[in-house]
Write a protein that binds this ligand. Sequence first.
Ligand code: NAD
Length: 318
Amino acid sequence: MRVCVTGGTGFIGSHVVDHLVEWGNQVFIIDNLISSTTEFVEPLIKTKKVTFLKGDIRNRDFLLANLKELDLIIHMAADPDVKNSVPFPIESFEINVVGTLNILEAMRKNDIPRIAFASSGGTLYGQVDEFPITERAILHPISPYGASKAAGEMYISAYTDAYGFKGVSLRYANIFGPRSNHGVTYDFFNKLKANPKKLEILGDGKQQKDYLFISDCVDASLLCVEKIDTQQGSYDFYNLGADGWHTVNEVANAVIDAMHLSGVEFTYTGGSKGWVGDVAKMILDISKLKTLGWFPKVSFKEGIARYITWLEGYLKNA
Ligand SMILES: NC(=O)c1ccc[n+]([C@@H]2O[C@H](COP(=O)([O-])OP(=O)(O)OC[C@H]3O[C@@H](n4cnc5c(N)ncnc54)[C@H](O)[C@@H]3O)[C@@H](O)[C@H]2O)c1
């Protein structure tokens, strides 16, 4: 297939690109490099297995001119920073909502038949009382980022039905692993590198969240993409999680173990949430995903260990 991955130089996007190329697809990346570089896909660009075009999804004319003759768009480009969306809600709206609408307009005008959307399980559902959270839960986002992902999904639902193409939303848990430059594990690693004796934890450390390792995330994402032509209806959505949750304190301890540290003193900023807009309790029900024959393969501890090993090596080579 001819596939465009927006945000394809970023953390999840670059892993998705690797797999698409491995499976023989023609891959085209659009990214404005605001929070990434081409480093992870550079060998693929050099060997002409991937075409890269620097551009911004907020620019509709650019997308109309360049998103052509494609079988599928995997739309990953976004401002993924939940915390930052609270002081900067308009920026989050312009990239995540207007950017998504611009992609859909290019699909409508240039006859592109399929889209997979990197959505968010935690922030989309937001404030929820029943766990694990199924895809039937009411959407109650509590951050502008969460609202932007909900709006993106609603536009995809409307466009796929109105203009006759297929779409699937991938409602991700917290994704972690090599190449990530954000998230709690990355934050703890950097804090502990700066001071291996003390670790500041945002909130009370008791927040419970669902953490999915990157290789499992990519496998599950591409399985949902594979099923897009046979899915019921023009639009579908799946929770992509690890079938379990861990407290932030557990993440801290796993990072400390993986870094072979001891005697680290924890300090807490306090409160049940890490920041305004933080979803303090989140576990995704992945029964629907399991009906496709998928199950997570990498355990939480194993994933943290692999990520920390990668971060240590990356730091050494920087
Ligand atoms: N990492 C997670 O835990 C997680 C969880 C839920 C959802 N998601 C979603 O998955 C997707 C990928 O996230 P990630 O963690 O790989 O983030 P990332 O920041 O590594 O990747 C996002 C990419 O989008 C690009 N980008 C940002 N604004 C752009 C714009 N205006 N035009 C073109 N490119 C732009 C960035 O340069 C970057 O390469 C995002 O949509 C994010 O919201 C991620």
